[in-house]
Design a protein around this ligand. Structure first.
Ligand code: CO
Ligand code: ZN
Length: 347
């Protein structure tokens, strides 16, 4: 399977934080042929282990399996679903979206209702409608019918977006944050024939709600080096100033120098830069992003774990669909594999 095919399957799967099972099953299937051991921990993180020589350093790769989404909060008498948000999102992206409600009886299609312009007042048109004023319409006649269709309070809701190829080497799809990190991790493990260190390839849960899965996985593994594979904001679009988001699509993976939760360990940053330069892999350096990644938590495990981040520049993250360059993902694979091979020389 190519990285595009892996990404397509992962992107189309549902995995609202805390409900990652569909993605988890794919991760197990895709990692299994290339690792010596695969397990699932108590919170649901998937851990693929590729053994190095005896007593070699332990490297933990982390790519989160969860995505932002909604949860059914109430079912109105008239059959409309009100919802809570899971993960950070701008309320303005919600209006009129097609969504899927994942019930125990199976998926239900729906749309987030909106008032047609014909009947909106002048002031209404100018104002942002917040998520708590919105509702999901699944076509149910009333509350009883909605329940019969399988809806329960707490059911996860995801955006109804299918993966597609657009420009040359460019793809759009749902939840590239962080299914592209998952795809990069699988592909890097696949290409590493023999390793001098033991690699733990971890698909983490509940990143979008506070880096939770990585916290427990890292405690269990207690690696010598940690690396998160995630996305970063590609700011090369109209209306974004360079100082706000200097990372660009098509310019290679981005290496975090510092973000809101992590100052990349200088040895890890050196390792990543050396691996990129020796292998002529393009890369960008990034600092000052307000968010953070699983690496922040890995770095604070027990007595501390030197950690860093390899990010794939991605446009429109935390919205229903995002867009990225497969070439950037491919370069992230090369960089991850090259960095792993260099770890014993640096740690
Ligand atoms: Co995210
Ligand atoms: Zn992410």
């Amino acid at each position: 399977m190519t990285i595009a095919e892996t990404l397509e399957k992962l992107s189309n799967a549902s995995g609202v934080a805390g409900r990652e099972e569909e993605v988890r099953n794919l991760m197990k299937k895709f990692l299994k042929p290339y690792v010596d051991e695969i397990k699932e921990d108590k919170l649901g993180n998937v851990i693929g282990i590729k053994k190095g020589r005896k007593n070699s350093p332990k490297a933990m790769l982390a790519a989160h399996m969860d995505e932002i989404g909604l949860l059914v909060k109430t079912i109105s008498k008239e059959g409309f679903l009100r919802f809570a948000k899971i993960g950070g999102m701008d309320d303005r992206i919600l209006l009129a979206q097609k969504v899927i409600v994942y019930t125990e009886k199976g998926p239900l299609h729906g749309i987030i209702g909106s008032k047609p312009p014909h009947i909106q007042k002048e002031e209404e048109r100018k104002k942002v409608i917040t998520y708590d004023e919105l509702f999901i319409d699944i076509g149910a006649e009333n509350q009883e019918e909605a329940k019969k269709m399988g809806v329960k309070i707490g059911d996860p809701v995801g955006f109804d977006i299918k993966f597609a190829k657009v420009g040359k080497g460019i793809v759009v799809g749902k939840a590239f944050d962080d299914r592209v990190g998952c795809a990069v991790m699988i592909e890097a493990i696949k290409r590493l024939k023999k390793t001098e260190c033991t690699v733990y390839a971890v698909g983490t849960v509940q990143e979008e709600v506070g880096l939770r899965g990585a916290t427990t996985a890292a405690f269990g593994i207690y690696p010598d080096v940690g690396m998160a594979l995630d996305v970063t904001v590609a700011g090369d679009v109209p209306g974004v100033k360079e100082v706000e988001a200097p990372i660009k699509m098509r310019k290679g993976p981005s290496l975090t120098v510092a973000d809101y939760g992590l100052i990349t360990h200088p040895k890890v940053l050196r390792l990543l830069i050396d691996a990129a330069e020796e292998n002529k892999i393009p890369y960008q350096l990034e600092t000052g992003l307000p968010g953070s990644t699983d690496a922040a938590r890995i770095s604070l495990t027990r007595e501390g774990v030197p950690s860093g981040v390899i990010s794939i520049p991605t446009r429109y993250i935390h919205s229903p669909a995002s867009l990225l360059s497969l070439k950037d993902a491919e370069n992230a694979v090369k960089l991850t594999a090259a960095a792993i091979q260099k770890i014993p020389k640096y740690f």
